[in-house]
Design a protein around this ligand. Sequence first.
Ligand SMILES: Cc1ncc(COP(=O)(O)O)c(C=O)c1O
Length: 416
Amino acid sequence: MDIEEIRKDFPILGTMRNGKYLAYLDSAATSQKPNAVIDAISDYYRNYNANIHRGLYDISMKATDAYVHSKELVSEMINAGSYRNIIYCRNTTEAINLAALTWAEEKIHEGDHILITKMEHHSNIVPWQLLVKRKKAVLDYVEVDDSFKVDMEDYAEKVSLGPKLVSFTHVSNVLGSINDAKKMTSMAHGNGAVVLVDGAQSVPHIKVDVEDIGCDFFAFSSHKMLGPAGIGVLYGKEEILEGIQPALGGGDMIRSVDFDESTWNELPWKFEAGTPNIEGGIGLGAAVEYLKKVGIENIRKHELDLTAYALKRFEEDKGITVYGIRSEGMESGNRAGVISFNIEGAHPHDTSTIFDSENIAIRAGHHCAMPLVNKVIGVPAVARMSFYLYNKEEEVDRVIEAVEKVRKVLRLGRKA
Ligand SMILES: Cc1ncc(COP(=O)(O)O)c(C=O)c1O
């Protein structure tokens, strides 16, 4: 992978502030977009903007083809079997909510248990809290162990109690830990549960094969994988999607409508009411093609190298605490390029603001995982840097220099 060549594809990475180029280290929040994606969206608006599935004229058919083709590309990328299993919605959050408002709305009853973990993003907590309130069901949590992984003993115990649904993140957006989704799914299935995997932080960075994982639902967002915002994916197994009712009604999701009742369109359209985010689908398709061209395995290797380098640099500094698997515990399959940390004596908001003065973008806060950050890690907030294919070691070096600036500005001593 030639990083300098890749960086040229991302116009924003060429921008400067105060003589410093942008070191964008917040791809876990949202990724930057290559020209291929920007151009695909612009091309749609300039040359074939029309509604899909409606017009019997050239540009409408072209738009329909491009939208469907993007689903074929997404399906191929995660080995979903068919584009029929790929439902477009706004983002991971809406994808999880959609599963809650369809499958879970029908299948979860009073007294049933739903099992999630203590390392979830709010989007994989709150929809289930809302559901268990509606249904008088019970929400249980699996512990996170001292090595920042799902506590598999606790998981085995809780899964054996027979929850109806198990839902967990593939990769933690705070800790960077990669969960063994295949093993967790098979254990859950062995106990009769349906499984949803939150892939918001995995699909952009590691090879994902939903058939191999075996999960029933899988959710992710376009904007974290070089695509536009406002479009996300809910993958569902065909037999499950066929057997449940849609949550939203309206145009395009129907086969026929009469005054008393209606029948539903075939998959995946049954779950996409109204005019969809056409340009979003087209942009996502372009993002998938771009990722395919670079190669997700190459991206993964590059991020692992960067993560190992950043951890090594951080570990040389006793005044920095890293919340996540360290160098010594790192194996090729257990850690992604997300590093949460704090500088002793500095609030992460100050760290982020001072980094910004060096044109370095990181995230600070609870990262939409308040229970994990506040209760499990036990701090009010953490700073987080996260890598993608366009980052380089030089940016990590700039972070190390910026740490010294934080200490200088805040008048902190440095620990030897
Ligand atoms: C693990 C995880 N799940 C879900 C989400 C929610 O993604 P979105 O805001 O695109 O719905 C995020 C976003 O940061 C995430 O990191």
